[in-house]
Design a protein around this ligand. Structure first.
Ligand code: BES
Ligand code: MN
Ligand code: ZN
Length: 500
């Protein structure tokens, strides 16, 4: 899916006259007892003789976050419908960008079936409004014979120029590109595993690389064998659809820092011989969310022309049980020479990631960001919406701060030294699991740390919960792939471009 067509108007009166929108979206704030109109709705209110807030209250509106109330315009406006979306409570007279993003997302969902809408809350963060609308409007209907109401196809925004119209245009362009990249990730995640397997993911990465002028390289199973990628080959051995390692690279104008991205690309995780229980195993179609996110992030870096070098390394494998599967008890010889004793074939992500991280470090990057649906323990510790962020302390904290600022969320997590010994192996350099369940997210982080080059600032973002929404839609997040942490990575790249 693509994003709606967006346009800017400088004031509400002109927009109401010219926009040809069927629906006018206004914002409401949660007042003491009744909803309060968010700034920008004045001209709409005037058409209702100043009675709009009262009408909404009569209809039961409160202005609470994501509330949707529609009322007919009864010929008072060019548009047939006024849609009021709740922003929630303003704090000190302001709402946060994330409140705007979620409200715009709820509006985007409610606008399905509408051709054109006009969004009038004009003092709100334009970037957040555009991102929220585009992402809220997203639907994945590739596999539906009857796709239902189409997403809204055009949205006009009111944004007073005040000498800033060039900046507003740039904001609109950036927000559109960011939403498009999140959607690239969501589409990949939502594609079922019978159609998205290592070779087909690699093909889709190739198409994106070609369309965006990126360097592309793929190692097939023969090349992986020749070069000694024992982790990827071990995990991918059980499937008739062999593994791949994809490298997609962007080099910006005046490229400054070099950033390596690594994303877990298990196109389906059955657990392998250490097979998972049947319940909810279908959710493991999302076990390539990290891969989707880093691919989408390189595309975004190119679209926004960041003055950086950004390279995604994407290990792709399908974890299945069969006569050719790797076994508990096997010792894998990883890329770079370390050996790993496999005690549980369901702890496969760290094995493919380790190979890719060692490969990534060969190019001597300034930063390494790796993201993966790595552990159920992440979901136990932090829930479905908060990623666990580990790594070298300074960079970890920087990434976590940015994750929170984007609204995607994320929390810094430790790598406790005492857990490291539990990964010691009787046979090899390292075991892939500790043999107990305590601190499972952290143990996986400690495993990965063994494969990070000395002194390289790195962040590991465990997105097992946030990558895939198995509940109902909320804010700008529908069911299925969420695209987390594309916006976080984008913001980290922007921060590195600005501050080194
Ligand atoms: N892909 C799973 C982690 C996961 C679980 C992601 C739930 C999203 C939702 C991963 O490969 C896995 O199976 N991890 C094991 C590790 C264990 C064997 C040490 C887990 O978390 O149970
Ligand atoms: Mn697994
Ligand atoms: Zn997995």
């Amino acid at each position: 899916m693509t994003v709606p067509k967006f346009a800017l108007y400088e004031n509400t009166e002109t927009a109401l006259g010219k926009s040809r929108a069927e629906v006018v979206v206004i914002g409401t704030l949660q007042g003491e007892k009744a909803p309060v109109l968010a700034p920008g709705a004045e001209a709409v209110d005037a058409a209702f003789d100043g009675k709009l807030a009262g009408l909404l209250a009569t209809l039961g509106a409160s202005g609470k976050a994501e509330e949707i109330v529609k009322l007919p315009s009864l010929g008072k406006l060019g548009a047939d419908v006024v849609l009021a979306v709740g922003l929630g409570k303003a704090v000190d007279g302001t709402v946060t960008p994330e409140q705007v993003r979620r409200a715009a997302g709820a509006a985007g969902r409610a606008l399905a079936g509408t051709a054109r809408a006009l969004f009038v809350p004009s003092t709100l963060d334009l970037q957040a409004a555009v991102e929220g609308l585009a992402l809220g409007a997203y639907k994945f209907t590739e596999y539906k014979s009857e796709p239902g109401d189409a997403p809204v196809s055009a949205v006009d925004f009111v944004q007073p120029a005040e000498g800033q119209s060039r900046a507003h245009k740039a904001t609109l362009k950036a927000a559109t590109a960011i939403a498009e990249s999140v959607i690239i990730a969501r589409d990949l995640i939502n594609t079922p595993p019978n159609d998205l397997f290592p070779a087909s993911f690699a093909e889709r990465a190739k198409k994106l690389a070609e369309a965006n002028d990126l360097e592309y390289e793929v190692l097939d199973e023969k090349a992986l064998k020749r070069k000694g990628f024992g982790g990827i080959l071990g995990v991918g051995g059980g499937s008739s659809r062999p593994p791949r390692l994809v490298r997609v690279s962007y080099k910006g104008p005046k490229a400054g820092k070099k950033v390596a991205l690594v994303g877990k690309g298990i196109t389906f995780d059955s657990g392998g011989i250490s097979i998972k229980p049947a319940a909810n195993m279908d959710n493991m179609t999302s076990d390539m969310s990290g891969a989707a996110a880093v691919l989408a992030s390189v595309v975004l870096a190119a679209k926004l022309k960041y003055p950086l070098e950004v390279t995604a390394h994407i290990p792709l494998a399908e974890n299945l049980p069969s006569g050719s599967s790797y076994r508990p008890g096997d010792v894998l010889s990883m890329y770079g020479g370390k050996t790993v004793e496999v005690l549980n074939t369901d702890a496969e992500g760290r094995l493919v990631l380790a190979d890719a991280m060692v490969r990534a470090a060969e190019e001597d990057p300034d930063y390494l960001i790796e993201t993966s649906t790595l552990t159920g323990a992440q979901v136990v510790a932090l829930g479905n919406r908060t990623a666990g962020i580990m790594g070298s302390e300074e960079f970890r904290d920087r990434v976590a701060g940015i994750a929170q600022a984007t609204g995607e969320g994320g929390w810094p997590m430790p790598l406790p030294e005492e857990l490291r010994a539990d990964l010691d192996s009787k046979l090899a350099d390292l075991a892939n699991v500790t043999g107990h369940r305590w601190g499972g997210m952290l143990a996986a982080g400690l495993f990965l740390r063994e494969f990070v080059a000395d002194g390289l600032p790195w962040a590991h973002i465990d997105i097992a919960g946030p990558a895939y929404n198995t509940g109902g839609a909320w804010g700008y997040t529908g069911k299925g792939g969420t695209g987390v942490p594309v916006r976080t990575i984008a913001a980290v790249l922007a921060d590195i471009a600005a501050n080194g």
